[in-house]
Design a protein around this ligand. Structure first.
Ligand code: SF4
Length: 236
């Protein structure tokens, strides 16, 4: 499968924030979000073709490079959209068999039965739609594919999960609340709201109004700590 990068970092979002993890970024996505911060795995997918055994070998090497005496024990499969990959089931099986905790980062448009400890689902709202000029033919495809509540419902019924929404404006809360009615409202503590942005200043500004809204609606605020720690850089 096409892999854009494999690297060691700390999980910057969600319930495992701070956990040293090997990130395996598959290249290729079925969406084209306007705010995508990994265009090299979506808009212009690049990378190296690697077999499952080569990926697993690289995961071991990367985990062993953890600066503490112990190797990293967590692997995050991310993208792009890793659920698009034909051999993703085999890759999950092999990584799990090697003893790693596996997190799958997905936009929740594709269901597959696979070995995974945490399904980290980030359904894309209307604020993800790309500008018409930039997107060309992708605008219609993006809009028709991004909203798959039946798939998200199946994922949360089948896996330990977290549900992450990217929030741009306070008005997005109405769309999230409506969305949750379509997927049979899950445990609200597992609904995480993240500020949209790739700069520390704009994230801090959004935080000012988003935290009170999370408190009001019993959602969990989800900072994007990797931006604070490393900036918006590849390999972090
Ligand atoms: S789903 Fe994720 S990787 Fe794909 S275009 Fe949207 S933000 Fe980028």
């Amino acid at each position: 499968m096409l892999i854009s990068e494999i690297y060691l970092s700390r999980q910057g979002e969600g319930v495992l924030t701070g956990t040293p993890s090997v990130f395996v970024r598959t290249s290729g996505c079925n969406l084209r979000c306007g705010f995508c911060d990994t265009p090299f795995a979506s808009w212009e997918p690049v990378g190296e073709q690697m077999s499952v055994s080569q990926i697993v070998e690289q995961v071991h090497l990367t985990a062993d490079s953890h600066t503490d005496d112990t190797p990293a024990s967590h692997v995050v499969l991310t993208g792009g959209e890793p659920m698009l990959q034909h051999e993703i089931e085999l890759l999950c099986k092999e990584i799990k068999s090697a003893g790693f905790h596996v997190t799958m980062e997905t936009a929740g448009t594709i269901f597959k039965q696979l070995k995974c400890d945490l399904m980290s689902i980030s359904p894309k709202l209307s604020n993800s739609d790309p500008e018409a000029g930039r997107a060309g033919e992708w605008l219609a495809k993006h809009q028709s594919k991004r909203h798959q509540p039946q798939v998200v419902r199946q994922l949360i019924e089948s896996y330990e999960y977290q549900l992450k929404f990217v929030v741009d404006t306070p008005e997005d809360l109405d769309e999230i609340i409506e969305y949750l009615t379509q997927i049979n409202p899950p445990d609200r503590a597992k609904v995480l709201l993240m500020p949209q942005g790739i700069e520390i200043e704009s994230l801090a500004e959004t935080e000012q109004w988003l935290i009170p809204l999370c408190d009001e609606h019993q959602f969990t605020y989800c900072p994007r700590k990797h931006i604070q720690w490393y900036g918006n850089k590849r390999g972090t």
